[in-house]
Design a protein around this ligand. Structure first.
Ligand code: GDP
Length: 449
């Protein structure tokens, strides 16, 4: 298929040392050569860098640049690609880009380079999504997860499962096409069921670990809750190692929810600092209280802070009760003071003020999330919600197959659902791709990717 030639600034827009403008398409080299003063780019060898200048239509120099020429098909998009490294000023970069667009080259849409890489068959859909994950990776583990996806580890697994499904579908087809082999039909129903059950088992194993993958990729929404003055802001600050939230002695100063991110043991916690939860008549504070309750509902992890130098109050008990069915860690802060509470549940004792016991808290966080000692093999987790949903749909179709077999329904009923399962799995790698899905996916990319 022939596409028009596209261009975009591939680096973040702003003042920087360098900016890279990427051009992809049949006319990329020829059009770049037309605005370039230096050695002839058309004659440049693939994957080589040429020094020169971008010039305007009066042949005046716009910028001094390095141009890398990549000839199809061994390029990111499988098309001819030119990358122009120019100086990073907003104005200069913009001027160079404008000069390129003047040549009749179109400005790329967000994600369009990656979309071409997909459409031209260099990477599959799951790999394209991994590129986006890589760009947005919040921590080292999320990065490893994305690299594994980009390498195609997940795609390979999915393709193997699809192969198995295809084998079953083919067997059924044979039996439908040659109904005279009655015995064979009987045989294959009996044979197909254990195969399908086995496939369901494999998919369920993938799903079991998906939650871990999701936590690694997306981070963990964490609410630090506790009544006013127990030391929530102090704890947040200690964790962040910087004074970002306001810490005072006046009750209820943390009126607004403040979001901050922190990497602990390779996991990103998205911390939602909250106002103290208590009955109050103060309007501003009430908003904060409402948000705190909302935060408890929304959080995937709750750090409930108690002041262990004071006896438990009604509010503490309420919070303990409210959070008891959530994934939570109960922290007994202010352990530098005399202890006044005795709990029959596990309480992690620390001092936010003295920054003591923080590493214990970090350890407890990763254990509570079930994410300790991650091994390399773990980086093949499902982590993308779209993939997880497709796997769920595939499982439910395969359950239908088992039902149909158990009910003694005609074998072609089972075949319909097997094909559905095959299709759902294909949607993960993009082997079966409705156009709108593609548009939605790639539009989430940044410009120039
Ligand atoms: P919040 O209202 O729960 O956010 O509590 P703050 O973080 O504002 O802390 C309330 C007060 O407790 C402040 O005066 C802090 O300095 C103090 N505080 C916090 N952590 C500790 C601690 O570990 N030990 C002691 N002694 N005081 C603390």
């Amino acid at each position: 298929m022939i596409y028009d030639t596209i261009a975009a600034i591939a680096t973040p827009f702003g003042t920087s040392g360098l900016s890279i403008i990427r051009i992809s398409g049949d006319e990329a080299i020829e059009k770049a050569a037309a605005i370039f003063k230096g050695k002839n780019l058309i004659k440049a060898k693939s994957h080589t860098v040429t020094y020169g200048h971008i010039i305007d239509h009066h042949k005046k120099v716009i910028d001094e640049v390095l141009v890398t020429v990549f000839k199809a098909p061994k390029t990111f998009t499988k098309e001819d690609v030119v990358e122009i490294s120019c100086h990073g000023g907003i104005l200069v970069t913009q001027k160079v880009l404008e000069r390129i667009l003047e040549q009749g080259i179109r400005l790329a849409e967000p994600g369009e380079f990656t979309k071409r890489a997909f459409i031209n068959g260099r990477i599959d859909l799951a790999q394209s999504e991994a590129i986006m994950d890589l760009i947005h990776a919040k921590n080292v583990n999320a990065m490893k997860l994305a690299v594994s996806g980009l390498k195609g580890d997940l795609s390979k697994l999915i393709n193997e499962l699809r192969e198995e499904l295809l084998f079953l579908i083919a067997q059924i087809e044979v039996n439908i096409d040659y109904p005279e082999y009655d015995d064979a039909t009987q045989m294959s129903v009996e044979l197909i069921k254990p195969h399908v059950l086995n496939l369901i088992k494999k998919l369920n194993t993938l799903l079991d670990d998906a939650n871990k993958g999701k936590l690694i990729r997306d981070g963990v929404k964490t609410a630090i809750v506790g009544k006013p003055n127990v030391g929530k802001s102090s704890l947040l600050n200690a964790l962040l190692n910087e004074e970002r939230a306001i810490v005072t002695d006046i009750e209820g100063t943390t009126r607004d929810t403040i979001e901050a991110q922190i990497n602990i043991g390779g996991i990103t916690l998205i911390l939602m600092d909250t106002a103290g939860i208590r009955e109050t008549k103060d309007i501003v504070e009430q908003i904060g209280v409402k948000r705190s309750k909302k935060a408890i509902d929304e959080a995937e992890l709750i750090i409930l802070v108690l002041d262990q130098s004071r006896q438990l109050s009604k509010e503490d008990l309420e919070l303990l009760e409210q959070t008891k069915n959530k994934r939570r860690i109960v922290v007994g802060n202010k352990n530098d003071l005399t202890k006044a509470i005795d709990l029959d549940i596990h309480m992690l004792s620390l001092s936010a003020l003295n920054r003591q016991g923080l590493s214990d808290l970090e350890h407890e966080i990763t254990t509570t999330l079930g994410i300790t000692d991650l091994e390399e093999k773990d980086f093949n987790y499902l982590s993308n919600v779209r993939h997880i949903n497709k796997i769920k749909e595939a499982i439910s179709s395969m359950n239908e197959v088992v039902n149909a077999i158990d009910l003694g329904l005609p074998i072609d009923m089972a075949e319909i659902d097997l094909k559905k399962a095959w299709q759902y799995l294909g949607e993960i790698t993009g082997d079966y791709h409705p156009e709108d899905l593609l548009n939605e996916l790639f539009s989430k990319f940044c410009l120039g990717k």
